[in-house]
Design a protein around this ligand. Sequence first.
Ligand SMILES: *[C@@H]1O[C@H](CO)[C@@H](O)[C@H](O)[C@H]1NC(C)=O
Ligand SMILES: *[C@@H]1O[C@H](CO)[C@@H](O)[C@H](O)[C@H]1NC(C)=O
Ligand SMILES: *[C@@H]1O[C@H](CO)[C@@H](O)[C@H](O)[C@H]1NC(C)=O
Ligand SMILES: *[C@@H]1O[C@H](CO)[C@@H](O)[C@H](O)[C@H]1NC(C)=O
Ligand SMILES: *[C@@H]1O[C@H](CO)[C@@H](O)[C@H](O)[C@H]1NC(C)=O
Length: 486
Amino acid sequence: MANKRGPGICPPSCSILFMFLQLLSCSIPGNGKADFSVFAPDKPLLAVVGEEVDLPCHLSLNISAEDMELRWYRDQPSPAMHLHKNGIDVQDEQMAEYQGRTTFLSTRLAQGQAAVRIHNVTALDNGTFHCNFKDGIMSAETTLWLRVAGLGSEPKIQVGPGQSEGVWAQCTSEGWYPEPQVEWRDLGGQSLPSVTNLSASPTTGLFSVVSNVTLLDRDVEGLSCSIISSLLQRRKVAKSYLPAQLSRSLPSMTWRTVLPLILTVAGLAIAGATCLFQKCWTEDVIIYVSPSLDPDTASPKLALSEDGKSVRRLFFDQELPDIPSRFDQDPCVLAREQFSAGKYYWVVQVGHRKAWNLGVCLDSLDPKGRIPKAPTNGLWALELYKETFWALTFPRVRLYPSEPLHQVGILLDCEAGRVSFYNVGSGSLIYTFSGLSFSVPLRPFFCLWTHDPNPLTICTECQDLEALGSPQSQGQKVGSLLHQDP
Ligand SMILES: *[C@@H]1O[C@H](CO)[C@@H](O)[C@H](O)[C@H]1NC(C)=O
Ligand SMILES: *[C@@H]1O[C@H](CO)[C@@H](O)[C@H](O)[C@H]1NC(C)=O
Ligand SMILES: *[C@@H]1O[C@H](CO)[C@@H](O)[C@H](O)[C@H]1NC(C)=O
Ligand SMILES: *[C@@H]1O[C@H](CO)[C@@H](O)[C@H](O)[C@H]1NC(C)=O
Ligand SMILES: *[C@@H]1O[C@H](CO)[C@@H](O)[C@H](O)[C@H]1NC(C)=O
């Protein structure tokens, strides 16, 4: 039987009295001489990476733990995750990974309750803990379970021409814990087979996701990639729009919807001219995309629509965390899509907005401070400002579009290192940057100058394009423009 404060020397005559007192003392709460147990929540506690979590433990009796030695530990009692002894936290006996990361919560210590708060939870905190309460030679302990969950970054979809046929798409995201599930679907909701690689970071233990799908000759208009944390019951989704695909058999080639006819004709002309059958098919596909704006890059001066397809300028800055990917001075935003191979075309409705930049930039562009808008800084764009159009070359070149510009078509040809801007209304070429050189992917780039309330909108359907005048004559026009300077 545990004697915490021994009687010292006691003559036999008094030992009976002493035992009586001992028995009596057990029933008197608050004197710290009781035989106790320790309890903790019996279900695992849920903690989120980067946040904090409390690990509470309490005595079975309503007695003070103020004079006890309280130890929270993982596999071995020492070094501890947190040790509280003689009323103070003992740092010498603390595991390195918990130093500066724990706080002892003592508000209910007099009632035998205590907790340790872990700050900035990491994946490595997942698992079991023990807490041990010790009073003299008497001690008791119990076990707690912590389940850590990490919600990763917004997924990004990159699309490219497939090996021999079809389209290849890759979805990437980081910072998940434990392993997330990955789900690809086409826009009709059909799930698509994919190949996924999950890898854990050796330093943080968090999982990165790389998942591929290959679409063969199928009429897929778009696809979505969802990454799912079943523990948090949350998912993050990225969507990408694709064209109805070019069939490999040229005579039956049909474009179902979205690609403007002007480019269909151009694509046909190139395919017909340079390829007979399947072989060089992929080189000649222009993939119609509808990029989605990336909220993690958006300047606080901008507001994005829910679907990420439209952006407008605010009168007052929003309160947003100044994360490394965000533009902090210029009113700009990037799309989530990254392009490193293939040919892509997207259309931006500029409408009557009076000032903007549109183009592409390197994924590595530094978004902080005033951005030098020039190819030397990895940025290829057009500008409208004070009723004047510019190609942002270095030095910049003034442009004189002959017709009003309400929709701008942007054609990026990664292999040729070229980005061209079209007036969708008239089907005419406005400007081409060539000789783009890049070793990191390119992303669509947008800025909204002046407090003009008109938004910039990325077209998703753009069916109205097909109604623009005679496709044949436009096809000729743009077709020949696409051929120039190969
Ligand atoms: C524990 O004991 C204290 C006095 O010793 C009392 O004020 C408190 O209400 C008790 N708490 C519980 C949960 O019984
Ligand atoms: C939280 O932990 C991560 C990785 O362990 C570290 O990079 C980050 O700086 C920490 N944050 C704070 C606020 O301490
Ligand atoms: C996390 O810890 C829980 C218990 O707390 C355990 O069941 C689970 O397997 C752990 N997860 C991983 C990925 O180690
Ligand atoms: C999966 O990822 C790991 C780590 O990034 C890499 O070493 C491995 O080659 C990848 N496997 C595949 C099939 O991509
Ligand atoms: C995805 O495709 C890329 C390019 O073809 C390849 O390098 C990578 O290993 C693939 N990853 C998986 C998980 O299949």
